[in-house]
Design a protein around this ligand. Structure first.
Ligand SMILES: C[S@@+](CC[C@H](N)C(=O)[O-])C[C@H]1O[C@@H](n2cnc3c(N)ncnc32)[C@H](O)[C@@H]1O
Length: 243
């Protein structure tokens, strides 16, 4: 029997999270035969079906009303990781309707209350309609969650160019083609021992080939482990030789 959830939150927040995870999974089941969406696979399918159109535009259009939320157990792991590291400065690459962000905010609030540290969860979303829905869910959670999040709207390769300090954790829950450019944007601001978490690195390995090659090249300063969550979850610890 698995352990109960480590997440501490008011009942209405826990209820909202369960509901959002359920909605997300139901949506994904309608898009993908495997029940999970991998951006490179869906984009490849769209390319095959519409050889004349731009598959990226068609993909963005299809994803406009989709959660594609991080799995519940992975969200709980993020919560545990933040508490164990005493992390308070988090970057979330890919926020969508803000489900995983709620876990990050709950954990950061807990660490801040216990340690007196400062910090913030930097969330990123390029679609303004998705950002508005995320803000609505965060408001439903209440100020404990809302006040921990700074949402940067627009292309994260632009919005993350400045204002990052001593980042403890980078969560890469973004379309796979964007993962490496995002890492390279944030890497100069990672602290020694920072953790980069990347979703779906087993099932999505093909789409992540460039990212995984970069992370696994010892010159780039990461030590890596693929955690055995469904579809894989890469945990990369930033330990550059000298910084
Ligand atoms: C997998 S979803 C994130 C799910 C979210 N972490 C959760 O658990 O609820 C990825 C999101 O990244 C957003 N996105 C894609 N390209 C982006 C970009 N260049 N800048 C910012 N956000 C982007 C998409 O619109 C999508 O909502």
């Amino acid at each position: 029997m698995s352990s109960p959830s480590p997440v501490e939150a008011p009942p209405h927040v826990l209820q909202l999270l369960s509901q959002l995870h359920r909605m997300s999974l139901e949506q994904e089941a309608t898009i993908s035969k495997t029940g999970k969406v991998f951006s490179s696979v869906v984009m490849g399918d769209l390319e095959g079906r519409r050889p004349d159109g731009n598959p990226r535009d068609a993909f963005d259009q299809l994803m406009l009303d989709k959660f594609i939320a991080l799995d519940e157990d992975k969200c709980q792991f993020m919560y545990q990781l933040i508490c164990s590291m005493g992390a308070t400065n988090i970057v979330e690459a890919g926020t969508s309707f803000g489900v995983s962000t709620i876990y990050l905010a709950l954990a950061v609030a807990k660490v801040k209350a216990a340690t007196g540290k400062s910090g913030i969860v930097i969330a990123t979303e390029k679609e303004h309609t998705k950002a508005a829905i995320a803000r609505k869910y965060w408001a439903q959670c209440g100020t404990t969650v809302e006040q921990e999040i700074e949402l940067r709207e627009g292309d994260l390769l632009e919005t993350l160019k400045s204002g990052l300090l001593n980042i403890d954790i980078l969560l890469l829950d973004i379309w796979s083609a964007l993962a490496l450019p995002t890492l390279k944007t944030v890497q100069p601001h990672l602290r020694q021992g920072a953790v980069v978490i990347t979703d779906n690195t087993i099932s999505g390995a093909k789409g992540y080939a460039d990212l995984l090659a970069y992370l696994r090249n010892p010159e780039n300063g990461f030590q890596n482990m693929t955690l055995p969550f469904t579809n894989g979850l890469e945990m990369s610890v930033y330990m550059p030789r000298s910084q």
